[in-house]
Design a protein around this ligand. Structure first.
Ligand code: SF4
Length: 245
């Protein structure tokens, strides 16, 4: 299944835009209860206005809240960003640390966020257990555990450490594009032959193909011997659906 995921999602990557570890930390904090596309819409102006940890520490709260308002929970997120800036300045001379233990001590940064930062900004292998990842690895029988930290450790035993970060991206890509929570596209899924949950969603290839989302649809369909002509994508209905890149 790991090999199939590599071939299925060659474009898998962190979908938050960033150029520095601090920017990724900020974007990841903003992504809670928001879409990556929604976060990417506000971060260019935010990163220009607050280029350093000190800038967040000294931010005018009202201005910061206004800039991140559209990502939701803006008061809590503003608290986290100001607290993060202050803590990074006070404890780490303004430079974001690169160990899990240090990162999780910072305001707004839990274990999931820390693993995103380690894996994508510092090249330290990390497994990101978000809702997609947890749902899929349980569906596949890789673990039956629910607690994200236990899931992280269980999958860490199964997957070579060097592949932790990219496996996280590939599993999350599969969850966003193919293996949906309510109606997975089983009949048009590259993992069908190996998946113990095959049949959870429609097994008819045409019906299933209509459920596949994102710009890599042509590639995903081609991998199962289909094309857009066989199964035109229905128009997106919700903001969440439109947001799958
Ligand atoms: S076969 Fe169905 S349940 Fe299994 S990974 Fe594919 S879409 Fe998900």
């Amino acid at each position: 299944m790991l090999r199939t995921l590599v071939a299925t999602h060659p474009d898998a990557h962190c979908e938050l835009d960033f150029t520095t570890p601090l920017e990724l930390a900020v974007a990841t904090i903003l992504s809670a209860q928001s879409t990556d596309k929604g976060v990417n819409a506000v971060t260019p102006a935010l990163f220009a206005r607050y280029p350093t940890a000190l800038d967040y520490a000294r931010a005018d709260r009202a201005e910061l809240e206004e800039m991140i308002h559209s990502t939701g929970f803006f008061r809590n997120k503003a608290n986290s960003l100001i607290g993060l800036g202050a803590a990074v300045v006070e404890r780490h001379d303004g430079v974001l640390p690169h160990t899990l233990d240090e990162l999780v001590q910072l305001p707004g940064i839990g274990r999931k966020t820390a693993n995103v930062i380690l894996g994508n900004a510092f090249d330290v292998p990390g497994i990101t257990v978000d809702t997609h990842f947890g749902r899929l690895v349980r569906r596949w029988g890789w673990t039956d555990l629910e607690d994200p930290v236990k899931v992280e450790h269980a999958i860490g035993e199964l997957v070579p450490k060097r592949d932790w970060t990219m496996t996280s991206h590939r599993v999350i890509f599969h969850g966003r594009r193919v293996c949906h929570a309510k109606k997975p596209a089983c009949g048009a899924c590259t993992l069908a032959a190996d998946c113990p949950a095959y049949g959870t969603g429609p097994t008819d290839p045409i019906q299933a193909a209509k459920l596949i989302k994102g710009p890599s649809r042509p590639h995903l369909l081609e991998m199962v011997g289909l094309s857009e002509d066989d199964a035109p994508a229905p128009a997106p209905r919700t903001a969440a659906e439109r947001d799958v890149p």
